[in-house]
Design a protein around this ligand. Sequence first.
Ligand code: SF4
Length: 223
Amino acid sequence: MSDNPYSTAVLAWYEANARDLPWRAPDATPWSILVSEIMLQQTPVVRVLPAWQAWMERWPTPADLAEEPSGEAVRMWNRLGYPRRALRLHACAVAITEQHGGQVPDSHETLLSLPGVGAYTAAAVASFAFGQRHAILDTNVRRVLARAETGIQYPPKTQTKAETALAESLLPPVPSVAARWGVAVMELGALVCTARTPACADCPIAHQCAWRLAGKPAHDGPP
Ligand code: SF4
């Protein structure tokens, strides 16, 4: 069971403040969510939006992408940076088409076996596409939890077992609520608890935040 002192406030904040992003729409397909997660790995939302839209128009299913050469994926990747992700996404589309009947698998373990899908992406797709209960730890979530719960300005450079255990301990018990908590705390990190200038005055958990309550002790700098 979860003992999450932040979830009510963070979920209410998310309800009122979440960005309206197409991969969060109720009719977003698992494939469109997987594409967004790979694109967002190293690229900001504002640059991902047009690229994601063009990609989904051209390749609305994994099979559509799998039947084209991988070079086309790289060409479409355009200026998103780190174009190896385009090759991995193409390899993913081929694996989904050939081994999973063209459907993005809903099992966390099977998602992890896809090319280029690591722990974060598998948890994000299982949660956001299939409403499952998994700890999702991206840089935004790690920063919020480091500050609010651990009382430090920045999380360690490399993700630790303690961070995973903390994120798991905070997961609400109902899977659909856990999935929403995951995206909500991520959004809080992206919009309010930012790396350099957290807007604590606008934060729904400011009265509970260990780092703020300790007077915001300085750290060496963002990781
Ligand atoms: S109070 Fe400030 S530092 Fe703490 S979680 Fe909120 S925005 Fe982040």
